[in-house]
Ligand binder design. Structure first.
Ligand code: FAD
Length: 454
């Protein structure tokens, strides 16, 4: 009997450039498995938008495997227990998996390795997190030198092809995807998601090809929400439908500021993983301890107005409505809405982090927490006493008129000169005045500084 290997899939839902699948396939029959494990991540179990994406991506992967004479086995429960059970049921030699860096996955990998033969591979990041270090062997806490070092050390590597897959003599039992109820029903809020996204590896490659055609303009267009000139590849990377190496390789040979700026953004993603690897509590705790004393406010009504896009600031409202309706948000607007929550409303960044976690199709432990802590000034590579972003000025500066008209239908007919800051009485009242919010934020940040000085 040719004993199979199990391939444990998590956020790496692809067949090409999948080193775990590739290595397992070289040794004999392969059993690809996804385990829906809601308990391990605790409060950071998959959010609603992520579940929607996961359903469709697993569906696409299952079909792609079936076309190659293989199958996707679905199990629910504790990952370690389920994988051990599967090894026993199938007589598998062991488990292959890509390394993941969320604290709950690292813990699961350690536990699994104690019970079965586990082979871990790299492949979801440009360089294995933890491998790019300062001269003194420390984790970089500043992005710029990290980026320089990573680019210096990045090996030339061609992505792996899809391996030929052979099936085991018998397939173990699998759940049916529909039984998992990953899709919303009452109410079904996902119509806008389906209009914007087709999850799955094949669609991811089509999207990458479309982006490559205009990557040379990326540096000019990436900040303009009305154009959405960025790649929109974040959910593809988050779910591993594409590897960063595939993207890097596809852009190979593209010189110029557009492609180069884009590469730097991909490096940010690696940077964030290094941070959560070194500081596993980063998703829930201020990196800068001083912020434990910060005078955050908590106002449920204001939080709800922010979540629902009813703050009276068109650019903030457009962003929050886009997020709710399509599960994604433009980077510039992510910064504006995050800054508004933290600075103008003085609400703890963790409230925003949790909302994004639930509503983003690309919700990522590293990228989300590192960016929230960056905007709030509580994190690494950020100034303690930051400027307060002016949403109305940002909206005008980055030409967000069409973007606002698309997502805030009440303003659909308002011309550019008024749309960023409509006259009183023509749009929702502002929940806090810009000057008032700004001064309150500066005073709060100042109190922390004075506290530190004394
Ligand atoms: C408050 C806040 C929360 C965020 N939460 C997430 C999150 O949960 N998941 C997520 O993937 N990104 C997050 N980001 C980073 C960034 O906004 C998104 O990656 C980007 O908007 C995705 O759009 P894109 O694919 O078109 O990006 P592009 O501009 O085309 O960039 C290409 C890729 O580079 C990576 N990238 C780009 N910008 C960043 C960044 N600032 N930090 C880390 N990686 C980056 C992403 O993987 C992205 O897909 C957040 C940013 C902010 C300000």
């Amino acid at each position: 009997m040719n004993r199979p290997h199990i391939v444990w899939l998590r956020r790496d839902l692809r067949l090409a450039d999948q080193p775990a699948l590739f290595a397992a396939a070289e040794t004999g029959p392969v059993i690809p498995v996804y385990v829906l494990d809601d308990a391990r991540a605790g409060e950071h179990r998959l959010g609603g938008a992520s579940r929607w994406w996961l359903h469709h991506s697993l569906d696409a992967l299952g079909r792609a495997l079936a076309e190659r004479g293989s199958a996707l086995v679905l199990r629910r429960g504790d990952s370690v227990e389920e994988l051990c059970r599967l090894v026993e049921e199938t007589g598998a030699v062991g488990v292959h998996a890509l390394r993941h860096y969320e604290p709950w996955w690292r813990e699961a990998e350690v536990q699994l390795a104690q019970r079965v033969e586990l082979q871990l591979h790299d492949g979801n990041y440009l360089m294995p997190p933890g491998s790019v270090r300062t001269g003194g062997g420390q984790t970089y806490r500043i992005y710029t030198p990290f980026g320089r070092a990573l680019r210096r050390e990045l090996p030339e590597q061609a992505p792996l092809p899809v391996p030929a897959l052979s099936a085991p003599d018998t397939w173990p039992r699998s759940d049916r995807l529909e039984e998992w109820n990953l899709l919303p029903t009452k109410p079904d809020w996902s119509a806008g998601f389906a209009a914007d996204w087709v999850p799955g590896e094949a669609a991811a490659h089509e999207q990458l090809a479309r982006f490559v055609d205009h990557a040379d303009l990326y540096h000019e267009e990436r900040n303009l929400p009305s154009i959405e000139g960025s790649s929109r590849l974040s959910p593809r990377l988050q779910w591993g439908e594409l590897s960063p190496a595939q993207i890097w390789h596809t852009l190979d040979g593209q010189a110029g500021e557009g492609a180069d700026t884009f590469r730097s953004e991909l490096v940010w993603r690696d940077f964030a993983q290094n941070i959560i690897l070194t500081f596993p509590e980063y998703q829930t705790q201020n990196y800068r301890q001083a912020f434990e004393r910060f005078p955050w406010r908590h106002d449920e009504g204001e939080i709800r107005a922010w979540q629902e896009g009813r703050t009276g600031y068109p650019i903030v409202d457009a962003g929050m409505r886009q997020l709710w309706q399509s599960g994604w948000l433009h980077n510039r607007v992510r910064m504006i809405v995050a800054s508004f929550l933290i600075k103008h409303l003085l609400i703890d960044w963790r409230v925003g982090e949790r909302w994004f976690w639930d509503t983003l199709v690309d919700a990522d432990c590293g990228n989300n927490s590192v960016n929230w802590q960056w905007v709030s000034g509580t994190g690494v590579d950020t100034q303690l006493f930051t400027r307060v972003m002016a949403p109305l000025t940002q909206s005008d500066k980055f030409d967000a008129g069409d973007y606002i008209r698309r997502w805030v239908p009440e303003l659909a007919k308002v011309p550019d000169r008024l749309v960023h800051d409509p006259p009183e009485g023509t749009y929702l009242p502002k929940i806090v005045g810009h000057r008032e919010g700004r001064e309150r934020a500066l005073a709060a940040y100042r109190s922390l500084r004075d506290d530190q000085a004394s």
